[in-house]
Write a protein that binds this ligand. Structure first.
Ligand SMILES: [Zn+2]
Length: 184
């Protein structure tokens, strides 16, 4: 990889997520009927939401005459990096459409799993479980990996991503450009 200082400079600031419309999931009030309301798993709800959002984003895109999505990407660590040490155990990253400001995809990277750690501390093998550990590399590399995966998934769905807008994490920008052929 070339030095970070040579990474693309055409970085556009992301809109604050707090201004994204339509991102509120309506929950039944606590005072609602005593009957038990069965909610679908959050992962299922978010998958449906993101799928709807990217279709809506694409519809808005087509009205402009363009055919490639522009998305904003940013991530947050569970534990803030100090500049010298990036040792957060997890990081989450979301992708937001330019026209709708809706979240079209998201990813989580985790370097630990409570069930695996608990079993390991007892020198036992963890029983079958939905393991959340999906990362062994450095915390600093999580964001670029999630960005590349999200852009790739968009492209696989038939929604070509032309531009990725992000903050000054030029490592992510460079990685996205090299692995997905989109502008940064
Ligand atoms: Zn596990």
């Amino acid at each position: 990889m070339p030095p970070i200082s040579k990474a693309p400079q055409s970085i556009v600031q992301m809109p604050p997520i707090s201004k994204a419309p339509g991102s509120i999931v309506t929950m039944p009030p606590i005072s609602a009927p005593r009957s038990i309301v069965t909610m679908p798993p959050i992962s299922q709800v978010t998958r449906i939401y993101c799928n709807n959002a990217i279709h809506l984003e694409h519809q808005n895109l087509l009205q402009t005459g363009d055919d490639q999505l522009s998305v904003s990407v940013d991530a947050g660590w569970q534990k803030r990096g100090s500049g010298k040490a990036y040792d957060s155990l997890s990081e989450h990253c979301s992708m937001i459409g330019k026209y709708t400001c809706k979240i079209t995809n998201y990813k989580v990277r985790s370097r630990s799993c409570r069930m695996c750690s608990s079993a390991s501390s007892r020198n036992e093998t963890a029983e079958d479980h939905d393991c959340k550990k999906n990362w062994d590399g450095s915390a600093k590399a999580m964001e670029q990996d999630m960005t590349v995966e999200m852009v790739s998934e968009c492209n696989e769905k038939g929604f070509k991503t032309g531009t990725v807008i992000g903050d000054d994490d030029s490592t992510t920008m460079y990685c996205s450009k090299t692995e997905t052929s989109c502008r940064c």
